[in-house]
Design a protein around this ligand. Structure first.
Ligand SMILES: Nc1ncnc2c1ncn2[C@@H]1O[C@H](COP(=O)(O)OP(=O)(O)O)[C@@H](O)[C@H]1O
Ligand SMILES: [Mg+2]
Length: 394
């Protein structure tokens, strides 16, 4: 575990430059890429406390917690603005950023396309500038995809525009609200999609209530309205973002939270089908492993007394790249083993975002709830039923 607290000196020589995380499908602040296997996000005390006291049973369904890090805004010699994490003695070796990462390459290409490479210019300011004009619509258009020069693999160059939108908004906010030398604390978490070549990701906000116990009356009313007007109220789950790899076209189909908020129950059902569809066929082999893991998660949630996962999300993840076809049997040769397709399909179910999660011991003056989280369980049961219906061909 890597922990660096507020006693930091602020010396960032040799620090890690944080990159936008290109597979961020939801959220409001940017999730950043620390290295290939690690993402980081601004530290919220409740979420920090949650990860620090995580029950063993929940660990298989959450990203591995890797500690905290101090981050600050830094301008390079050309005036380019970036977020830099302070160097960590303990992190050497295991937490090194690769300058060859796809995120870096895509980010640099984006800087070029937004005109941010001239000396003395600020690419993020350029991006902000372009985002405030018509390209913003292009960038946020829900089915937008980004390709670079011919000859490059287009799939390698596709990313979710939501992450860049959040990154830009986050930097703008940091610049306007804090002095440049202010130190910020971030959480380091396992990047739960790093093992996937073309990660298909569905972000589901769970439960019938979103606001935390500390929400103002205005925030509470706003969140209650969003729940009442979306599938959160009737299903205990709503879509907060998704990306699905379209195998033939070699790009991601992306949907944002605004799309998810407008869905009816029938629309939600349809969107789940779309999440499992690669453009040519429904990946039915994924249903069994997803259902199996969701049932296991349901057992864990039912066993956790006092937890209320307000505003938390569940990520469903699989690879858009299908496993290679098994080799054909040579005539007269031995029959190849026949593992069931479901055993081959890798999927991940991960709970994330605990900034408003409450449980006995988490908040000295807050409410203490009895028993397991009924809203989360309601959402999981409905999700299981809908996926079961899809499996049954309904
Ligand atoms: N540990 C992680 N690994 C991979 N992707 C993540 C991880 N945590 C968050 N994300 C991505 O970032 C998005 C926003 O994350 P979240 O924790 O909900 O942020 P916020 O607190 O801003 O709502 C998610 O929809 C997901 O795509
Ligand atoms: Mg979130």
């Amino acid at each position: 575990m890597v922990v660096q607290d507020s006693a930091d000196t602020g010396d960032v020589r040799g620090g890690v430059q944080l990159e936008p995380f290109l597979h961020q499908v939801g959220g409001h602040l940017s999730v950043l890429q620390y290295d290939e296997h690690t993402v980081c996000k601004p530290l919220v005390p409740l979420e920090h406390m949650f990860y620090e006291s995580l029950p063993q049973a929940m660990k298989q369904f959450t990203p591995r917690y890797k500690g905290t890090v101090t981050v600050h805004l830094q301008r390079d010699s050309r005036g380019h603005l970036s977020l830099v994490a302070s160097p960590l003695q303990e992190a050497q070796g295991s937490l090194k950023v690769s300058s060859e990462s796809a995120a870096v390459a895509i980010w640099e290409t984006l800087q070029k396309t937004t005109g941010g490479v001239g000396s003395g210019t600020r690419p993020l300011a350029h991006l902000a500038h372009s985002l405030s004009e018509s390209p913003a619509k292009t960038l946020l258009r829900s089915e937008f995809h980004f390709n670079t020069a011919a000859g490059e693999s287009q799939a390698e160059r596709s990313f979710n525009p939501w992450g860049l939108h959040c990154h830009q908004a986050h930097l703008t906010r940091l610049c306007s609200e804090y002095p440049e030398n202010k130190l910020h604390r971030f959480l380091l978490l396992e990047n739960v999609v790093s093992q996937y070549k073309h990660p298909c990701i569905l972000d589901l906000k769970m439960g019938t209530r979103q606001h935390g116990d500390d929400a103002s009356e205005e925030k509470k009313a706003r969140h209650m309205r969003k729940c009442a007007q979306s599938t959160s109220a009737c299903l205990g789950v709503r879509i907060c973002g998704m990306q699905v790899y379209q195998a033939a076209k070699k790009h991601f189909l992306c949907k944002d939270k605004y799309y998810g908020r407008k869905l009816t129950v029938a629309g939600f059902h349809q969107a789940l089908r779309q999440f499992l569809h690669d453009g040519a066929r429904l990946r039915t082999e994924l249903l069994e492993p997803i259902l199996r893991q969701l049932r296991a998660l349901l057992l864990v949630i039912r066993s956790q007394s006092s937890y209320r996962f307000y505003s938390s999300s569940l990520l469903l993840i699989y690879d858009g790249q299908e496993p290679a076809e098994p080799a054909e049997r040579t005539p007269g040769g031995p029959a190849p083993p026949e593992p069931s397709q479901a055993a081959l399909a890798k999927v991940d179910i991960r709970m994330i975002d605990f900034a408003h999660t409450t449980y006995k011991g988490s908040w000295r003056e807050g409410a203490i709830y009895d028993g397991p989280d009924p809203g989360y369980i309601f959402g999981l049961e409905n999700l299981l039923q809908i996926l079961q219906d899809i499996q049954d061909g309904e």
